[in-house]
Design a binder for this molecule. Structure first.
Ligand code: YH5
Length: 285
């Protein structure tokens, strides 16, 4: 990839990478989304929350209808669609032009969400389902390919690696190749080490230090650590919603290590922290 021309293309949206750290705001539309401090009683509440994240400076909003926190059970595609589609449609109306991502690993959910106006599929399964890659390819959408060891139900039961950085790096290299083979050019691909997805504290820290290595794969790099368990472990803060300082520390360090995007709950605070961090670490061309 030529220097100074890094971009991430998601349908009609072209994100310029490297100038500043882009922020993806999280909108969980699940009955157990207590890490947002509340359960969204209705699609309307979720749309209002998403609009607030946009007003706070989110570059894109990630709408998810399946809880993938450790120990979670899967949900059916139709239930996931009942949750996310009204929010995607509502946000497209409330804040026209906002890039919307759908957090799903199900091809049918991806297809309907793209039809409803999403431009990115954020796939925690790393594009392991070829049908999902075909759908993203056909829609000329962007994709986030995330690493996960195992599945949400059991992934935190003693995860083991010989070399976590090498194994995640190799997995993501193979998944980029599979995406490209399915007709998704590399400029539409973003990779993510999947902090907390089958990783203990040391695995997470090793991967956060390895962002420069992951960047060498050529795709955009996203880091999603906001409010996660390892931040609670390191700080002693049990309440996920009270893990702001630790989450900001990770976002700032991810930026310093060259991450292109961070996926966060606390958009306003993160955008402010990154304005300062980016001013220090992103040298003008
Ligand atoms: C991610 O890292 N994560 S869903 C447990 C928590 C807090 C938050 C309180 N989707 C990622 O956000 N997509 C999720 O404990 C993701 N990268 C990408 N690309 C899990 C989550 C969370 C889990």
């Amino acid at each position: 990839m030529p220097d100074g021309a890094r971009i991430w293309i998601c349908r009609d949206v072209v994100f310029t990478l490297g100038e500043r750290t882009l922020v993806m705001g999280i909108v969980n539309v699940t009955p157990d989304s207590f890490s947002d401090g509340a359960l969204f009683a209705s699609a309307e509440d979720a749309v209002a929350h998403a609009a607030r994240l946009v007003d706070d400076g989110a570059d894109l909003v990630d709408v998810g209808g399946e809880s993938t926190r450790p120990g979670s059970d899967p949900v059916e595609a139709d239930e996931e669609l009942r949750r996310v589609v009204p929010v995607i449609e509502g946000l497209a109306k409330a804040r026209p032009g906002t890039p919307i991502s759908v957090d799903t690993h199900k091809p049918e959910v991806a297809r309907v969400a793209l039809d409803a106006g999403a431009c990115v599929v954020n796939d925690i399964a790393g594009g392991r389902d070829g049908r999902l890659l075909e759908i993203v390819s056909g829609a000329r959408a962007g994709i986030v390919l995330m690493h996960m060891l195992g599945e949400p139900k059991t992934m935190q039961e003693d995860p083991r690696y010989d070399d976590v950085v090498a194994e995640v790096n190799e997995f993501l290299r193979e998944r980029i190749e599979a995406a490209v083979f399915a007709g998704i050019p590399e400029e539409r691909v973003c990779i993510d080490p999947g902090i907390g997805f089958g990783k203990n504290v040391d695995h997470n820290l090793a991967l956060l230090r390895a962002v420069p290595t992951l960047r060498m794969l050529g795709a955009a790099v996203m880091v999603g650590a906001s409010r996660k368990r390892f931040i609670g472990t390191l700080t002693g803060v049990e309440d996920p919603a009270a893990r702001l300082e630790g989450s900001l520390a990770v976002a700032v360090l991810a930026a310093a290590h060259g991450a292109d995007l961070v996926r966060v709950h606390d958009v306003q605070a993160t955008v402010r922290a990154l304005k300062v961090a980016d001013a220090v670490v992103r040298e003008p061309a």
